[in-house]
Ligand binder design. Structure first.
Ligand SMILES: Cc1cc2nc3c(=O)[nH]c(=O)nc-3n(C[C@H](O)[C@H](O)[C@H](O)COP(=O)(O)OP(=O)(O)OC[C@H]3O[C@@H](n4cnc5c(N)ncnc54)[C@H](O)[C@@H]3O)c2cc1C
Length: 517
């Protein structure tokens, strides 16, 4: 049964029960218990209401479903190596435990706790550790994020399984009910730690500060990996190193392991006062205290090129996501309460092979070379540190200087700059048109009280590591399983997690066929 209720009623169980008893007719009122199975915001009209899917129970309590996982003790089981402990690598490992295979994980970065010190150093402008930053370290790129858990994937069963695994490891069960669930930067690290504890408890191996530098391949069969001078032998390796592991792409390319260019997205991060977004989305002067800070999703088609908002973080902060000194990269995060005063989002446009002819000599790595060039130009124009170049939104659209800038959440800080001098012209034109259109859709969006900060360049991976559709292994390297976002098969936490599960099942299938398990 779907009902529409005021936000305060949706927020409090006693009020909701009272509401149901008053509104329901006849015998329906005599329920003994109820459960909310789905929760979303209906902001189409004023006043904004919550839409709830309610299940009623008669003569019984609502069943409490506990999530079960059957992890097996794998200390002496056959092994699979996993490179990278982002969602793809972690979910591969957890699924292997269920299948009786021992995961051996290698992560170039530090534990989720130790990683924090390096993030603080970045925000203090004390330099970027190339192995420990917003993209690298336990938990991967999504650890210090908004933790939005939406995916465009349609595989409901797999999505549910991935979400339940988060709840099993400590996420709020509300993520299984909310239409747009998110976890928040403050809560994700604890969940990641719990996942690692599961892996270790059941006999898996976890190695930090363990940057894989090469693969050992003999006659098209994977034989092992190199960590600097150290060699470890494995017949199966899951490569889940994410979209920022440029050294991995270069290593594969240098070793003649084929890669493909993949279209990707690039643009800017925009930041508004959260109240501007609340006002438009909730049609009010002040947001109801029981409504969450509002979000938006915008799309515009300019000629043949799309411009769209990406990874919107209500009540969030713009994050410095470079993986090396000499480059600037932005992204965004929010705490679980999304209670910062700003709303930020990527505003990006698609970059295709034909857009970047001057980078074609880099072959399949052309997109990376283009990304790097933009990131370096942004760093240079803002002074060569982790300060980011920024402009007022209307000034950017009208091609004018912004001599001063409003307050911004990005740390270490921003410098006024003409973004049309650091972004390619076709990107600038597309973004300007898109922002004009968004200004028509959302009052206050196109305003000099808002900022654009550049660049938003790591929204998606510019490379695909090919894999055979049946065996999910690299067509030229038996035993190499490219996985997750860096391999080009996912975009976001949940889709990377689902790809990890898929790869684990495929490893198991293959090992069973050869009598190993
Ligand atoms: C600030 C920020 C906010 C984000 N917000 C969201 C969000 O709200 N929702 C969402 O769905 N997505 C979000 N994303 C994107 C999301 O994080 C990624 O899509 C997801 O993490 C991809 O998972 P992955 O496991 O494929 O790769 P990654 O998470 O990138 O993990 C790759 C791992 O491999 C390790 N590694 C790399 N090279 C090596 C090597 N040579 N040896 C050993 N280890 C190596 C890295 O250190 C890293 O831990 C955000 C990303 C960022 C940066």
């Amino acid at each position: 049964m779907d009902i529409y209720v005021p936000p305060n009623v949706a927020a409090e169980s006693a009020l909701l029960e009272d509401y149901l008893r008053r509104k329901l007719k006849g015998n329906h009122r005599n329920f003994t218990d109820f459960r909310v199975d789905r929760r979303s915001i209906d902001a189409r009209k004023t006043p904004v209401r919550m839409r709830l899917r309610i299940e009623l129970f008669y003569n019984q309590k609502a069943p409490r479903e506990t999530i079960q996982r059957t992890y097996l003790q794998v200390n002496n089981a056959p092994e699979v190596a996993i490179i990278g402990m982002g969602p793809a690598g972690l979910y591969t490992a957890l699924s292997l435990l269920e299948l009786g295979i021992r995961p051996v994980l290698f992560e170039r970065g530090k534990t989720v706790r130790d990683r924090r010190r390096d993030l603080v150093r970045i925000t203090r402008n004390e330099g970027v550790n190339p192995d420990s930053n917003y993209c690298f370290g336990e938990g991967g790129a999504g650890t210090y994020s908004d933790g939005k858990l939406y995916t465009r994937s349609k595989k409901r069963g797999d999505i549910q399984y991935a979400m339940e695994t988060l709840v099993y490891h400590g996420a709020d069960p509300d993520i299984l009910v909310d239409a747009h669930p998110h976890i928040g930067t403050n809560k994700l690290p604890g969940i990641i730690e719990n996942m690692r504890n599961t892996i270790v408890q059941y006999g898996g191996e976890v190695n930090f500060n363990a940057r894989v530098t090469d693969l050992i391949v003999e006659n098209g069969q994977l034989k092992g990996i190199k960590l600097g001078g150290e060699v470890r032998s494995f017949e199966r390796v899951v490569l889940a190193t994410g979209h920022s592991a440029r050294d991995i792409f270069e290593m594969l390319h240098a070793g003649n392991v084929s890669l493909e260019f993949k279209p990707f997205a690039l643009g800017v991060r925009i930041e508004h006062d959260q109240r501007v977004v609340d006002r438009v989305q909730y049609h009010c002067e002040v947001r109801d205290e029981f409504l969450p800070p509002a979000s938006y999703k915008l799309v515009h088609q300019t000629h043949d090129r799309g411009v769209y908002s990406f990874c919107m973080c209500p009540g969030g902060v713009i994050a410095p996501c470079a993986t090396a000194d000499g480059e600037v990269v932005t992204n965004g995060w929010s705490p679980s309460k999304r209670n910062n005063p700003f709303a930020n989002s990527g505003i990006v446009t698609e970059i295709r092979w034909e857009d970047i002819p001057e980078f074609h000599h880099h072959g399949p790595l052309a997109g990376i070379a283009f990304q790097s060039a933009v990131e370096q130009a942004c760093c240079e124009i803002a002074g060569g540190t982790q300060f980011a170049p920024a402009q007022r939104v209307l000034d950017f659209v009208e091609g004018k200087d912004s001599p001063s800038l409003p307050e911004c959440s990005y740390r270490p800080g921003i410098k006024p700059a003409r973004l049309d001098q650091v972004l390619p012209l076709f990107v600038v034109k597309a973004l300007q048109q898109g922002l004009r259109d968004f200004g028509g859709k959302m009052n206050g969006f196109l305003s000099n009280n808002a900022l654009v900060v550049a660049p938003e360049s790591r929204t998606s991976c510019p490379v695909r590591i090919p894999r055979d559709p049946e065996s999910l292994q690299h067509p030229e390297v038996a035993g190499l399983f490219p996985c997750g976002e860096g391999a080009g098969y996912a975009g976001g936490i949940i889709s990377a997690a689902m790809d990890g599960e898929k790869i684990a099942r495929k490893c198991h299938e293959q090992m069973r066929a050869t009598g190993l398990v």
